[in-house]
Structure formats: C-alpha cells, structure tokens
Design a protein around this ligand. Structure first.
Ligand SMILES: Nc1ncnc2c1ncn2[C@@H]1O[C@H](COP(=O)(O)OP(=O)(O)O)[C@@H](O)[C@H]1O
Ligand SMILES: [Mg+2]
Length: 313
C-alpha cells in the first residue's frame, strides 16, 4: 500500500508586523510529511518552528500559502482534521494539585466519556503508571513532559506534533522522551518533532527538514542526507606523499589528514580517478570508502552556505 502524506504545506508563509519592522518568520515553506514517519523539523532558535506548528494547528493564521492535513485542505476542514491530531507545546496545561491520573480524567471528560482503560494505556506508554496517583506538582520536569504527552495521546491521534519536547530536560529525561517517540512511531503514528538538536533528530527521525530563517534549506530521508557526502576516507602507505600528490588537483575541494586516514572531498564520479592518481604516483591504497558525514556537518554546512548566500546577495 502506498504511504499517504499526512502534512503537506504549499508556499506557507507568515510575517509578523511589529511596531519596528516586519518579521518574515516562515518563508514559502513546502514540506511533505509521509504517513507513519518520524519527521524532524530541525532548525536553530528563531528559525520559525513554533510559528509553523502554530499554523499547522490552526492557532496562527498564515499570511500566504496552504496546508493539507491527511490529504484535505485545512481551510475548510480544519475542525475535522485537527480531531485526528494532537500536540505537545511549550507549557502544556495541567492542574498541579491533581494527580497525573486525575489530570487525564479531567481532560478525558472534557472530550466526552472517560475511558479508564485508555487512561491506563497512555500512562503505561509514558511510563507514569507507578506515579499516576501523585499530584503533578510533585513531578520532575521530565515527568510533567511525559504527562503532557499522555494527555495528547488520550484522543488516539494519528498525527502527534511535538514542539521541542526535550527542552530543559536532563539526559535521562531526554532518553525517556526519545523512547516514547520511537514507541509511538512503531505504533504507526506520524510524529512531527521540532528540535534545534541535530543528534536528537539523527537518533529518532527517519525524515528531516532543515529550517533556517524561516526557509527549508534541505529535506529528505535522514539516511540520504547522512550519506549525501562525497567525502572519501582513504588508508594509504604514505599519507604525506598522498596529499602532496593530490594537492594541485583542481576538482578536489578539500584534503584533510589525521594519523591514520586521508580525507578527500570531491565529486563522487571522480572517486576512481583519485585512486588511479595515487597508484600512478607509487602510493599504495589499502582502503577507500565513502565517509558518512554526519547530519551535524550537513546542518552546520547548510546554514553556513545559506549565510554566505545571504551575504553575497
Ligand atoms: N507573535 C510574534 N510576533 C512577532 N514576532 C514573532 C512572533 N512569534 C514569533 N516571532 C518571530 O518569528 C521568528 C520565528 O520564531 P519561532 O517560530 O518562535 O522560532 P523557533 O520556534 O524556531 O524558535 C523569530 O524571529 C521570532 O522572534
Ligand atoms: Mg519554538
């Protein structure tokens, strides 16, 4: 069965008019979130993540562009579509004097009938079953964040939107959230996860859009972006002689070395030529492999490029 697209935005744009200036918070955003994916929305602070999420949830009115959720236009169908969606935003509401379980009951009652087995189920998913009876004000920040996720799961949403859910958490709290997200992904839910942390996206997401200053500068499967590298890792008998032999080659962009390896960036189609040149210079090549430049390099590189472009424009 072909996977559908759960979120599609087309030219989505938002500017805020402040007294001093017009801020372009989201600039012509086109993203497609595949059904069942864990989709990372990665960008530094101020890049437009929360504003985008606000528009996806119908809380912020777009200045231009359109949003489809579950293949239907948000404009006309928003209440019906948002019923299939839940979100965890900053400062999710909860009653501090009520226990975790009672908070869930209150929210369940607001939505209609209280399904106790559903409450047990969501407490279980977020690992709060044991502490469900304690007032939520006694919870750690991580536990409160997990309770917020439990609240979001009550309605059994197909799409869960999480805005920087690990902000401010300690390492173990971060691991808990990451595990919950993975678990939800395994259940087939579509997860839209905003983050400014590369390794977080690298670890849990299968798709990513990289956002900078309101614009998507790259998107696609994390695997593909990870292995986009045209960087070559080579083990040779004489690293110095090898870098000398290659140093004036015009189509090689960078040559780096460490104690063990020679790292070369050049168009992938040229990789065999590098080998040939080294062999012709009498250098023995023991190993030659494409090095997977991490999403981190990619992310930082992409942002740098964007800055340079902006500077040259
Ligand atoms: N209500 C608002 N009024 C004016 N500017 C805003 C408002 N909300 C966000 N912004 C601006 O829009 C940009 C994007 O903000 P935001 O979406 O919160 O980014 P992120 O969530 O990625 O940190 C920032 O420059 C921010 O200052
Ligand atoms: Mg934000």
């Amino acid at each position: 069965m072909e996977r559908g697209t759960v979120i599609r935005t087309c030219g989505l744009t938002k500017h805020f008019n402040t007294a001093r200036r017009k801020i372009l918070a989201v600039d012509n955003l086109n993203i497609e979130v595949p059904q069942g994916s864990i989709y990372g929305f990665l960008g530094p602070n101020g890049s437009g993540k929360t504003t985008t999420i606000g528009m996806l949830l119908g809380l912020i009115r777009p200045s231009a562009g359109s949003i489809e959720l579950f293949g239907q236009d948000m404009g006309r169908e928003s209440p019906k579509l948002l019923e299939r969606t839940s979100s965890v935003l900053e400062n999710s509401p909860m009653y501090p004097y009520l226990s975790g379980r009672d908070n869930l009951e209150v929210f369940a009652r607001m939505r209609g009938a209280v399904d106790h087995s559903k409450i047990d189920e969501v407490l279980d998913i977020v690992g709060l079953a044991k502490r469900a009876g304690s007032p939520s004000r006694t919870y750690s920040l991580g536990m409160r964040q997990r309770l917020s996720i439990a609240l979001a799961l009550l309605s059994d949403p197909e799409l869960v939107i999480l805005d920087e859910p690990t902000n401010g958490l300690d390492p173990s709290g971060i691991i808990d959230i990451r595990d919950i997200i993975r678990q939800l992904g395994e259940q087939g839910k579509t997860i839209f996860l905003s983050s400014h942390l590369l390794h977080e996206v690298e670890q849990v997401c299968d798709y990513v859009a990289v956002l900078n200053r309101g614009r998507v500068i790259a998107q696609g499967p994390v695997e593909e972006l990870l292995h986009r590298g045209d960087r070559l890792e080579m083990k040779v008998n004489d690293i110095n002689a090898a870098s000398l032999a290659l140093k004036d080659v015009s189509w090689i962009s960078t040559i780096e070395t460490d104690d063990e390896y020679l790292y070369i960036t050049a168009d992938e189609a040229k990789h065999p030529d590098i080998n040939e040149m080294l062999v012709r210079s009498g250098i023995k090549v023991f190993e030659m492999k494409k090095s997977s430049n991490s999403l981190e390099d990619f992310f930082l590189g992409a942002i740098e490029e964007e800055h340079q472009e902006a500077g040259n424009a």
